[in-house]
Write a protein that binds this ligand. Structure first.
Ligand code: 3HC
Ligand code: NAI
Length: 696
């Protein structure tokens, strides 16, 4: 089938877009649409036009890959204006997802009929660091009102067909045969003046709403440029005629698109998808059938992981050692499901249905029927080995047996079974029902179909799966250990917790590293450090956090850690901690100084990227973009900053990064030893991105 085809249904021309996988509005599709509309408008036998897509997609919008080059005509904005000007009635038969340029195209049609199963209607451009650029900021406010449009455009949120109808975006929702319904609808419009949204005025505008919106974009996940541009563009729709407003939108679109934040966010979009490509896995790899899930351990992680599966519709067996622990875990699951209802994230019926799928048990044997078993017991090698040896005897043939360990050697755990090919690390992040990252740890013998299935499951439960190899801390936490060490060094050197967290939060991190430690609980790291019997510099860097724990300050849960917390858990600077840091520095004879904000950010970023480069060279991470994907989805790194590796490629520069790392090495010694890969790439004028591209 051609990219665009027209089929005549009597006096109605049905124009169908067919550009797999998502009907992105690339050049060929735009040419096809232009030709098809010209032909339909010129054909006297055609009285009305229906525009539709194929499969699950009406259209997912502009082809993002074209943003990097010169856009070839016809461009989307004039094409949509041209469609709207059509003298014959044009009805969009919204058969599936209509996003960005796809929804703008539907808004250029005079009417919209949608299938009731359509779930993704929206203008998500903001998530790519841009704004709708084909009239979306002008027509959507005219269709659904300025306030609702502003909300959709600045968040990039999706709505479904019924919400779309309630808002005034969709004229008719039908159970089936969207095209048939649209054809009938179109026939009813023949002879009437088409309703052109662009000719309408925006309804009532609440005074001060745009200023209020501008005042609230401080820490927008898309960075500082696009949100402001989006607000300006929607405001323009309330005062300007369509053509003038479109011109304003265009200018704002270009400004946002030229910002480094747009490049970073678009990189992040493709990096996330690239992470799903795994070595040894291809279109022929048959996935294992996973319909039932078993979890061992109903603690923090076990219950969180269980919730992630329940929310995606899986039945769950959860096993504990004591009735008390089991009851506590099941209650936690119930409480979270109830809280989700209160927050409007699920209906009561959904929560009840999810809870009904939980089978609590005290018998390991009950995991015998699970297609996927995830172990989430205490972080103790002897215990995990014992459990895996038992699971080997219980699990059904072909079941995937996963461990959620965050530090232990997955090869060693797998070796306890006679089926190491079925063993994988599924490293979830806390809270596991919320955090998007899933580190999929590929052990030496993990089978390719186990990797492929794990990746597919990640997607099903709304996570971003990224492969990691076996090493201490895998990818994410190994880098975090380097960065955390630098943070401690900066503490001792004189940067107070609020200065470090403040600098990094101002730069865009969701939360500074010390505030994160307080949130996660300082006892977790304390236990690990004590087990490791640290020496040298690592022992020095453990002094402050160890002392804080020994003072009984375990973080937010005890009302104090690096900070003091009031009842609302708002953090406050604590002079006691400042005094502790000063006295520890004195004891170590470290002369304190004030560390500038830029230096705090640079040292944090370079320690992350330097360790990332080592991980990449060792093959523990497959690609630099995988590392960035992990940091954006699991560690609160701002997506509009691309990730630590992207920063080196695009902002710091490889040569400058190498110079700065060497300068820090000269000053601070071994912990700053430069990654040979950075040295090599700097010498060759290379980048991480170019290295990734060679691996494709
Ligand atoms: N342009 C180019 N490629 C796209 C694309 C787009 N707009 N949307 C998706 N793709 C590609 C993906 O990269 C992926 O390619 P791959 O298989 O080679 O990795 C493939 O299509 C399938 O995508 P997903 O794996 O993401 O498929 P899902 O079914 O999980 O999700 C989706 C589908 C919800 C449409 C999701 O892909 C998505 O959110 N896409 C982006 C939508 C968007 O942001 N649209 C606005 C574009 S900007 C615009 O329209 C500007 C305009 O205002 C002028
Ligand atoms: P937790 O202490 O909250 O829960 C562990 C649970 O396992 C307890 O309820 C315990 O009763 C149960 N358990 C112990 N032995 C068992 C057995 N033989 N059979 C069944 N249940 C048993 O611990 P948490 O935090 O949930 O950690 C679990 C695992 O997840 C650890 O390996 C940890 O390293 C890992 N992890 C923890 C993260 C975190 O932030 N807490 C993040 C990522 C991974």
């Amino acid at each position: 089938m051609a990219v665009v085809e027209t089929e005549k249904q009597g006096d109605v021309a049905v124009i169908r877009m067919n550009n797999p996988p998502v009907n992105a509005l690339g050049h060929a599709l735009r040419v096809g649409l232009q030709d098809a509309f010209n032909a339909a408008n010129a054909d006297p036998a055609v009285k009305a036009i229906v525009l539709t897509g194929t499969g699950k997609f009406f259209s997912a919008g502009a082809d993002i890959t074209e943003f990097r080059g010169e856009m070839k005509e016809p461009n989307l904005p004039p094409l949509i204006d041209h469609i709207e000007k059509s003298a014959k009635p044009v009805v969009a038969a919204v058969n599936g997802t209509a996003l960005g340029g796809g929804l703008e195209l539907a808004l250029g049609c005079h009417y919209r009929v949608a299938g009731k199963d359509v779930r993704q209607l929206g203008l998500p451009e903001i998530k790519l660091g841009i704004i709708p650029g084909a009239g979306g900021t002008q027509r959507l406010p005219r269709a659904i009102g300025a306030e609702a449009a502003l909300q959709l455009i600045t968040t990039g949120a999706f709505i479904d067909a019924s919400k779309g109808a309630a808002a005034g975006l969709i004229d008719k929702v039908v159970d089936s045969d969207v095209v048939g319904a649209a054809v009938a609808f179109a026939r009813e419009q023949v002879g009437k003046t088409p309703r052109r949204i662009g000719e309408q005025k925006v309804g009532k505008v609440t005074a001060g709403m745009f200023d209020k919106a501008r005042a609230s974009i401080g820490r927008h996940p898309s960075g500082p440029v696009a949100p402001k541009a989006a607000i300006d563009a929607v405001e323009a729709a309330t005062t300007m005629a369509l053509s003038e407003g479109n011109a304003k939108e265009r200018a704002l679109f270009r400004e946002a698109a030229a910002s480094p934040y747009a490049r970073a966010l678009q990189y992040a979009f493709f990096a996330e998808r690239q992470a799903a490509n795994l070595p040894g896995v291809g279109p022929d790899t048959k996935l294992r059938d996973v319909k039932t899930v078993g979890i061992l351990g109903a603690g923090t992680m076990g219950t969180g992981i269980g919730l992630a599966f329940l929310n995606a519709g899986y039945p769950l067996t959860i096993v504990e050692t004591t009735q008390e622990a089991l009851d506590k875990g099941v209650q936690r699951i119930k409480d979270t499901l109830d809280a989700n209802v209160k927050r409007g994230r699920a209906t009561e019926a959904q929560a009840a249905d999810r809870f009904a799928r939980v089978t609590p048990s005290l018998k390991l044997e009950d995991l015998g029927s699970s297609d996927l078993i995830i172990e989430a017991v205490f972080e103790n090698m002897a215990l995990k080995k014992e459990i895996f040896a038992k699971l080997d005897k219980i699990a059904k043939p072909g079941a995937i047996i996963a461990t959620n360990t965050s530090t232990l050697d997955v090869d060693e755990i797998a070796a306890e079974t006679k089926r190491p090919q079925d063993v994988v690390g599924l490293h979830f992040f806390s809270p596991a029902n919320i955090m998007r990252l899933l580190e999929i740890v590929r052990a030496e013998k993990t089978a390719p179909d186990v990797m492929a299935t794990s990746m597919a499951i990640a997607k099903k439960i709304g996570k971003v799966g990224v492969q990691a190899g076996v090493c201490d801390g895998f990818v994410g936490n190994r880098m975090l250990a380097s960065y955390g060490g630098e943070v401690q060094a900066m503490n001792l050197e004189g940067a107070m917790p609020q200065e470090i967290d403040g600098a990094l939060e101002k730069w865009g991190m969701a939360m500074g590293p010390l505030a994160v430690s307080d949130l996660a609980g300082l006892d977790v790291g304390y236990r690990i450090r004590k087990e490791r019997k640290l020496t040298g510099e690592a022992a020095q860097h453990a002094r402050i956090p160890d002392k804080i724990v020994e003072m009984g300050r375990l973080g937010q849960k005890t009302g104090a850690g690096y900070y003091k917390y009031d009842e609302s858990r708002k953090r406050q600077v604590d002079p006691e901690i400042e005094a502790l840091i000063k006295s520890e520095a004195e004891a170590l004879q470290i002369k304190q100084r004030s560390i500038p904000t830029d230096e705090i950010v640079e040292r944090s970023l370079l320690r992350l990227a330097n360790e990332g480069a080592k991980i990449l060279q060792e093959g523990i991470a497959l690609r630099a973009s995988d590392i960035d994907t992990m940091y954006l989805n699991g560690y609160g790194f701002p997506a509009w900053r691309g990730g630590p590796m992207w920063q080196v490629d695009n902002v710091i520069g490889m040569k400058k990064a190498a110079e700065r790392i060497k300068a820090y090495e000269a000053k601070y010694g071994a912990r700053w030893k430069i990654a040979p890969l950075i040295e090599k790439l700097a010498a060759e004028d290379g980048t991480f991105a170019a290295l990734d591209a060679k691996k494709k």
